[in-house]
Design a protein. Sequence first.
Length: 580
Amino acid sequence: MAPTTLPRLPVFEAIAKHNPESTVAVHSLSGRRFRYGELLGDVRKVRDQLVEAAGRPIGSDLNGERVGYMVENSYDYIVTLLAILAARAIAVPLSPSFPIPELQYIVDHSEALLAVSSPKFRAKVEELLAAELVKTPTHVPLQKHIGGSPHEEVELEEKADTGKAGMMLYTSGTTNRPAMSLNQAWEYSASDHFLHVLPLHHIHGTMNAIYTPLFAGSSVEFMFPFNADNVWKRFAAPFLPQAAETEEKKEKVTFFTVVPTVYSRLLATHKDLSPEMQAATREAVSPANLRLNISGSAALPTPIKQAWATLSNGNVLLERFGMTEVGMALSCGLDVEHRVDGSVGWPLPSVEARLVELDTGLLIKAGEEVEAESGRERAGEIQLRGPTIFAEYWRNPTATASEFAPAAEGDANQTAWFKTGDVAVRRPVDTVVKSAKASQADWTGSKMMYFILGRKSADIIKSGGEKVSALEVERELLSLPVVSEAAVVAVPSGKWGQKVGAVIVLEKKGEHAVNKWTAMDMRRALKSRLVNYKIPQLLRVVDSIPRNAMGKINKKQLVAAVFEDDFSGDEAPAPKRQKA
């Protein structure tokens, strides 16, 4: 590698073709802007800094070495990530929100050679490196980019060679191929303007909302941490009457991808906006302006999906399914008719998916989704294969091998299948029609869509010989106006194996606010919605349900904290069992 060149990675090839004057990143609060024309030059300079800090000659690379980095959501993050890939190293994001012991584990386990910090997090990285580590990485403090650098032509190497460049997101992820798959499915473009409010140590915030937009020449506007008032003000800015009078009118947001709790918070605060702001924000998030609104990383409750569609004058949230090991794997389509409630759609371009029954290990073939004798749906674990699947669990061949299943005998493609641990059904949806767009018609339009039932370890509850989907019960609880939040969990039971337990937060405001809600009230409300064995036997009303940065609930911790006294008691009368 010559000192003045960058490796011919697909992302650098794409960036080099974009309009150099177009915006790659905006810092929302300060208004600072950065152009595509300065990006590769900045990447090259930081790449050289990393190589030099590692004691290698400029022009060489780091050949798969791990580089930990702690950088705020900003243009600096983009440059740092790309510079690590340019060194053919493996990028290991270090979340500023993690405590030092957790960061110690990541640095030790990844055997990081370097630890990069922005000025904002220099002190925290120094604290981390002062801790007891197996091997202390070399600290590389970076300077802040202020923008406005002249456009620099950066040559790419003649031959394409990604080497060992990649990302390690605990667990590992891949880069180029997932981005290309999403570009085809969601049709990112240079005219897209992202509002980015997500943390960056997860696949959602990194792959969907930074890395893939770079391929398309989109603009990414960073606004982190999430604040509902600030987000509404930013959405509204281009549509307020005074917007036309400002020197620099802000671009409208065209692409927004977040977790369900963000949409929930936005919906809850919208009614507190002024009439002028309410009108501007409704226009901003309408289908005519917000091209795509996506919900992921956790199950989307139906009431949130319906309320957002109403507020936005018909902008239906697109649901998808992904995980760190596979990037994005399933998705609903861009056509509104393809955004079916409760479904995560179809396998994305280049991804293959199948369902395998948990108890029998039998493949659920097309046309065999329903048992012939009983008429019951057959649920199975989602297994995936394709070029977007991760390579391995870092230096853990045993764990890697255990999470892959061999291809079926006689299968022309003998690539192994990754066992996701998520359970789903394939269900016919009669309203689905083939898309008029060729790019969508290639992978959407089948009547058979995937519906997630939950994680087999936490969301599939085995009670008295029956299997209950926690997500299905949560969806019904959340459709009740008195319920604000809900988590359905498996409570250990000597008699039933597991009991269905519900933890809820009651609605505190408005006409549906209540102070008390009993297990009997819950059963009455769900009686017409769920078969008896799915109705929770245990209920706890709490003030709040703990969630992580991506809106997910650790159900094992929740059970231990809330239902510990119920582990061995079966005092609640069990609902009468009947067939679904």
